[in-house]
Design a protein around this ligand. Structure first.
Ligand code: F6R
Length: 608
């Protein structure tokens, strides 16, 4: 995610920037830095780790000036070390960036051939050098900025200033957030509204494709084609705490609603929409998946449920044997390792002790290793031969939401990538699915419209003591995930079951006090699930069904029917997850539970 701040006015910028960064620390915390202009000298101080380390450094090397920018980083390209911390500086221009520049390698090569020496491993550093290059040619920073922007592909929120125009901060936005705070003879900048509220309640929320020229007493906004736009500031009435959660009551709800953008970030640069194929060229070995005969996936908790969905997809679409292992068990077995095994560790934090130990065991037994992680440069990310990051951004709520769905998206990408390589899927089907994946952020947005309906449905279930979730096929792990979400945040006992297993025991639990949530399936499994639902009805259980629009299989046999958009079977488990997240959230909220920090749990489980 990363956080950006900026200030131009009559006060010393440094303490204002540091305060702003502290408010934005939730957006990333692996390094931070500030740049201030003092008598035509750009002073930069950067530090690895949390903002507190930057503050320590600033005590020793005081920097002062009335114009400055700052950044707190959530690493995407380049390790979280000081040389990769922002701001990044060229000869004349200093810049901070939030987002991912997809074509940075190409730009880097081009600039390198023109004599630029880069001092970081980031995608960001190409931007100040590109601006400097055009500044030299055009003699005007504004023109240079427009020219540079026209060369960037990807997501960016940028803030920069240049020695060539010492009274202006320039900003540009495409897909990452940027808010301008309007003061009295001072102008503020931030990635979110709360960081501005100590200074002003008047804000301009920039739209994609806009550039702003910020002076202490003037703000000019244009589009990328340099047309001036008429934008009026709006007044914010939220408290600072409410604003930190983006106006949501809890981080979990905010993170549920962030899924369209976190999934867009996860997909960014990984689908070549012209060739309609998955592009995993970020892997250092282009032949990484060649010769893989079997896959073993290691994970815990929600990440384990994502792995189970991946198993279903890989077996079905890549025709490859896949085993999924609970890491805490695997590490104490003496697992047999087939030759040519690919071991995949899935983890949000990248620090889960059991997953780390299991992955290390797989590696020691000679497996090829791939990590699927959210936290960049975490221990598990570093351990794998290759790593694919989910790019979900920091997840603050203990219950995994956006990290889980981005793990599924990456597994879908790996499935399509391998299916193409192994020729196990028709090109037409791959094309259709890559298109559907690109549409996924919009489909999730549409699914999230049911927020209030789910809130209403939940009212009748807050007193339940137990819950059963039923699924089959790739929806079975989603039943497990729905049940885990409910128990961890609402403390209601819940179990996920395969529909076909009901008659082998759990049916004995069902009476008119027991709610059951059944997930619809595809093809023959839908008929089977219908029979399971009827078995439950015959015993008086309260039936909630979750099915796709256009599927009326459950219309007459459900007490409550929840409808989701009709999607491809590979996308279905991702969409089914959304109402289940909302369902557990609203039940927990109505019960007055501590949704973001449920009792006895920690976000990252670094002990056994
Ligand atoms: C549940 C949840 C946990 C984690 C598990 C693994 O909502 O978040 O079950 O999924 O502790 O954590 P990571 O993915 O960090 O390895």
């Amino acid at each position: 995610m990363c956080g950006i701040v900026g200030y131009i006015g009559f006060q010393n910028a440094t303490p204002i920037l540091v305060d702003g960064l502290k408010s934005l620390e939730y957006r990333g915390y692996d390094s931070s830095g500030v740049a201030v202009l003092n008598q035509n000298t750009i002073q930069v101080v950067r530090s690895e780790g949390k903002i507190i380390h930057l503050e320590d450094k600033l005590q020793k090397s005081v920097i002062e000036g009335c114009i400055g920018i700052g950044h707190t980083r959530w690493a995407t390209h380049g390790k979280p070390v000081e040389k990769n911390a922002h701001p990044h500086i060229a000869h004349n221009t200093v810049l901070v960036h939030n987002g991912i520049i997809e074509n940075y390698e190409e730009l880097r090569e081009q600039l390198r051939s023109e004599g630029v020496q880069f001092s970081s491993d980031t995608d960001t550093e190409v931007i100040p050098w590109l601006i400097d290059k055009y500044l030299e040619k055009e003699g005007d920073i504004e023109k240079a900025l427009y020219k540079a922007i026209s060369q960037l592909k990807g997501a960016f929120a940028l803030a920069l200033f240049s020695k060539s125009d010492p009274s202006t901060i320039y900003v540009a936005k495409n897909a990452s957030p940027l808010i301008i705070g309007v003061g009295q003879n001072e102008t503020f900048l931030s990635s979110d509204i709360p960081a501005l509220l100590n200074h002003t309640k008047e804000v301009v929320i920039l739209d994609d494709g806009q550039v702003a020229k910020l002076r202490a007493d003037q703000i000019v906004i244009t589009d990328f084609q340099q047309h001036v736009l008429d934008v009026t500031p709006r007044t914010i009435t939220w408290s600072k705490e409410a604003a930190q959660k983006g106006g949501y009551d809890h981080f979990m709800l905010k993170e549920i609603h962030e899924q369209p953008s976190s999934i867009a970030d996860c997909l960014r640069g990984r689908i070549n929409d012209i060739a309609a194929e998955v592009d995993l060229s970020e892997l250092s070995d282009p032949a990484f998946f060649d010769g893989v005969d079997t896959i073993s996936i290691l994970a815990c908790g929600s990440s384990y449920h994502a792995a189970l969905v991946g198993q279903y997809w890989l077996e079905k679409f890549v025709h490859i044997p896949v085993s999924v292992e609970i890491a805490s068990e695997y590490r104490y077995r003496n697992p047999y390792m087939y030759p040519n095994t690919l071991s995949i560790a899935i983890t949000q934090s990248g620090e889960t002790a059991d997953t780390l130990a299991a992955f290390s065991l797989a590696k020691s037994k000679g497996a090829k290793t791939l990590s699927i992680c959210n936290v960049v440069d975490s221990s598990i990310a570093r351990m794998g031969d290759e790593v694919l990051y989910t790019h979900a951004g920091p997840e603050i709520g203990v219950a995994s939401t956006k990290a889980f769905t981005t793990q599924l998206v990456l597994l879908a990408l790996v499935t399509l990538h391998m299916a193409k390589k192994n020729k196990t899927m028709a090109q037409e089907d791959i094309k259709k699915l890559t298109h559907d994946l690109l549409e996924l952020p919009r489909t999730i947005e549409e699914t999230l419209h049911m927020n209030e309906d789910i809130e209403n449905i939940c009212k009748q279930f807050t007193k339940a003591r137990d819950f059963l979730y039923l699924g089959r096929g790739a929806s079975y792990p989603i039943a497990l995930e729905g049940a885990l979400k409910l128990k961890e945040i609402s403390y209601i006992h819940a179990e996920g079951y395969m529909g076909g297993e009901l008659k082998h025991g759990p049916l004995a639990l069902i009476d008119d006090e027991m709610p059951i949530l059944a997930l619809s399936q595809r093809g023959v499994l839908n008929e089977k699930m219908k029979s399971n639902v009827e078995e439950v009805n015959a015993r008086g259980g309260q039936m909630i069904t979750l099915s796709e629009e256009g599927d009326d299989t459950y219309a007459k046999i459900s007490d409550v029917e929840i409808k989701i958009p009709h999607v491809h079977e590979l996308i279905l488990p991702i969409i089914q997850t959304i109402p289940l997240q909302l369902f557990s959230y609203y039940i927990a909220k109505r019960k007055g539970c501590d949704v973001d920090q449920p009792r006895n749990l920690a976000k990252s489980v670094t002990v056994e």
